[in-house]
Design a protein around this ligand. Structure first.
Ligand code: 3PG
Ligand code: MG
Length: 403
């Protein structure tokens, strides 16, 4: 298991450089609060309360994107969650950043500017190369320790994630620690009973990767979402293609149908597909149709149907462990939330080990009045979660383990 050092191993009175993942949705230039702030606030509070000088790094968006913005707003959102001032300096490693770092007192918290505004951050290169950049070489001497709490960015070989651990004693933050343990469970733990994986969402390749890599570990796969419809198509049903200007299925089908067909052939008895689907009728209401009654797809299907939810429910209740990757329908619209919410509710009502992640799926938990406490772990990671599920290692975790 984890061989990295944690905050429990950190000495007293340290100058700590901490990497968080505060990458957030941005709407009309406004950074949206989300569970990443709440989670990282725990690590930050712990460090500040222990009397360390706490300097934070994080990224936002990608250069050229609308969400590639300054972290100034992040500092105030984070401050609300920490319940303590979070200073901000609009600089990554220049004189302004150094001055701000040098003027910190014990227990102070400072957030540096978006790491991706610094040229050394982004190209994915080996940790040794990243450690040699001016960014890392300039900042590292001002610190005693480096903490990586950004599990959800740990699949990226960027300077702030993999360079500093080669220059400073490095530790896993609380979010890193918790995410790592829960998300690696499927690859590392043996469960006594049935292991079920609920796979949905929009990306077929994610679903395929997970199914290809976890075939031996998982007893039952319950499908839904765009991926589920592509599997139904491969099973011979007249769904899983684009109609009326949509652009969700055909390219993914071209790229993946052979793999999907062979998964159905080789793992057919592990895979459960929807027996009915929901759509929006002429009166804008939810309506349903049995998959076997669909002769020709002429509308969008937005959720699994009620019979499918009823079929999935006992499978979940009989499971020892359930992993959720992706939503089963368009849960943001209440009419089409039954699949995703039905599955989550069943999990929350049993005491199985569970991990929920993948895109925005976890948002359904608060949207529909469930409590995070009723789940084993609710991940804040996207790409890193998928990689962990498939047993792939994360470079940012590796460098911590080697530290
Ligand atoms: C995320 O939000 O998924 C992570 O922070 C990684 O961001 P990236 O996909 O832009 O590297
Ligand atoms: Mg991403």
């Amino acid at each position: 298991m984890s061989t990295f050092k944690t905050l429990d191993d950190l000495g007293a009175d340290q100058r700590v450089l901490v990497r968080l993942d505060l990458n957030s949705p941005v709407e009309d230039g406004e950074v949206q609060d989300n569970r990443r702030f709440e989670r990282h606030a725990e690590t930050v509070s712990e460090l500040a309360e222990a009397g360390h000088r706490v300097v934070l790094m994080a990224h936002q968006g990608r250069p050229g994107g609308d969400d590639f913005v300054s972290l100034e707003q992040h500092a105030s959102i984070l401050a609300d969650h920490v319940g303590h001032d979070v200073g901000f300096v609009a600089d990554t490693f220049g004189d302004d950043a150094i001055d701000a770092i040098e003027s910190l007192s014990a227990g102070d918290i400072l957030l540096l500017e978006n790491t991706r505004m610094c040229d050394d951050e982004l190209p994915e290169e080996d940790p040794e190369v990243k450690a040699d950049t001016a960014f890392v070489q300039t900042l590292a001497p001002y610190f005693d320790a480096y903490v990586n709490d950004a599990y959800s960015a740990a699949h990226r070989s960027h300077a702030s994630l993999v360079g500093f651990p080669l220059e400073l004693p490095a530790y896993a933050g609380r979010v890193m620690q918790t995410e790592y343990e829960a998300n690696s469970a499927i690859a590392t733990r043996e469960f006594d009973g049935q292991v079920t994986m609920v796979v949905g969402g929009t990306k077929a390749t994610d679903v395929i990767d997970v199914m290809n890599n976890l075939g031996e570990k998982v007893d039952r796969f319950l499908l839904g979402g765009i991926a589920g419809e592509l599997f139904l198509r491969a099973a011979g049903h007249d769904v899983g293609y684009d109609v009326g200007g949509m652009d969700l299925f055909d390219d993914q089908w071209e790229a993946n149908h052979e793999t999907i067909e062979s998964l159905i052939e080789e793992r057919g008895d592990q895979i459960t597909l929807a027996v009915d689907l929901a759509y929006e009728d002429e009166a804008d209401e939810r309506a349903e149709i049995a998959v076997e009654d669909i002769d020709e797809k002429d509308r969008a299907y937005l959720d699994i149907g009620t019979d499918t939810v009823e079929a999935y429910d006992p499978v979940i209740r009989d499971s020892e462990a359930v992993f959720v990757k992706g939503a089963l329908g368009l849960f943001e619209d209440e009419r089409f939330s039954e699949g995703t919410v039905g599955v989550l509710r069943a999990i929350s009502e049993t005491d199985c080990f569970s991990v929920v992640g993948g895109g925005d799926t976890s948002r359904a938990i608060e949207m529909y009045g469930m409590s995070e406490d009723d789940f084993g772990h609710v991940s804040i990671a996207g790409g890193a979660y998928i990689r962990a599920l498939t047993g792939a290692s994360l470079v940012g975790v590796e460098v911590l383990q080697n530290n």
